[in-house]
Every structure is written in structure tokens, then in C-alpha cells.
Design a protein around this ligand. Structure first.
Ligand code: 5GP
Length: 142
């Protein structure tokens, strides 16, 4: 799949659009999903421009997986969720709506159905409060 330089995540990576940023290093970036399927739903992406997993270099994939594990620990600690779903979609037919590779970290809570994918925007204040908690958990985990 060819890469669209103006997709929404490319614009977030360039700082052209805001996000509730959780983490950044040389190769990866993480922020809260603006339409979370559950509280704490986070996204981890490589900085490398790639639409789907198959297009990603081995080094970028490795960095993204390591950041996904780091964020998964922090999100779980911050939310207290007993389980997490990690998801990654390739192509519109598979449910991908933003054509820049990313991993979803979706906390799962007892007796709570996940909300619909990319459907309803969260309250900005609730997202800001969640960001504080995840960033604090990341710092505590080191
Ligand atoms: P996909 O469907 O491509 O696997 O997931 C894209 C995700 O990005 C969706 O869960 C959607 O809610 C989220 N999303 C779409 N636009 C934005 C945005 O502008 N900011 C943030 N933070 N998340 C977004």
C-alpha cells in the first residue's frame, strides 16, 4: 500500500495536529485514542512512514513492539484493567481507518463491552486525566 503523507497520524507525528501524547522515542510515538473503545485505549506507532505491517522495516517493527509492551504495562497499571487487547489492522477491508501502522492497546474490564471502533469521541477532560495517569505509570515503571 502506498503511504499517504497527509494521513491523520502523519500529521500528529509532524506536530500539525494535537494529541494526548503518552510517550516518544527516536523510533516510536504513543498517544490516547480520541474515540476510545474503553477507558485508557492507547495507540503505539512507528515514526517510519508505513501504511501496513508488511511495509515496516524490521528495526521499526522491533522498536514498535518494545514500545507497545512498555505502554501495555503502563496502561494496565494506570487503569487497573485485569486484561488488555492488543490489535493491529491492515487495510480498510480489515477495519483499518488510518493508513499509518499502529497497535491498539485496549484495556478490558469485567462486565464491560468494548465500545464501537472509531465511533464516539471521548470527553477531552477525561482524556487529559487519563493521560496524566498513564504518564505517571510510565515514569513509575521506569
Ligand atoms: P484503525 O481503524 O486504523 O485501526 O485505528 C485508528 C484509530 O485512530 C481509531 O481507533 C480512531 O478512534 C483513532 N483516531 C482517529 N483519528 C484520530 C485522531 O485524530 N486522534 C487520535 N488520538 N485518535 C484518532
Amino acid at each position: 500500500m502506498s503511504y499517504d503523507n497527509n494521513n491523520v497520524f502523519a500529521r500528529i507525528l509532524r506536530g500539525e495536529l494535537p494529541c494526548q501524547k503518552l510517550y516518544e522515542d527516536d523510533a516510536t510515538f504513543a498517544f490516547l485514542d480520541i474515540m476510545p473503545q474503553s477507558d485508557g485505549h492507547s495507540l503505539v506507532l512507528p515514526k517510519e512512514p508505513a501504511a501496513v505491517l508488511a511495509d515496516l522495516s524490521p528495526a521499526a517493527l522491533q522498536a514498535t513492539m518494545l514500545t507497545t509492551q512498555k505502554l501495555a504495562r503502563a496502561v494496565q497499571q494506570a487503569t487497573g484493567a485485569p486484561g488488555l487487547r492488543i490489535a493491529q489492522f491492515n487495510g480498510a477491508v480489515a477495519g483499518q481507518t488510518v493508513p499509518h501502522v499502529h497497535f491498539h492497546i485496549i484495556p478490558c474490564y469485567p462486565q464491560q463491552e468494548l465500545r464501537a471502533h472509531a465511533r464516539e469521541s471521548a470527553d477531552p477532560a477525561a482524556l487529559a486525566a487519563m493521560r496524566e495517569k498513564v504518564v505517571a505509570a510510565l515514569a513509575a515503571l521506569g
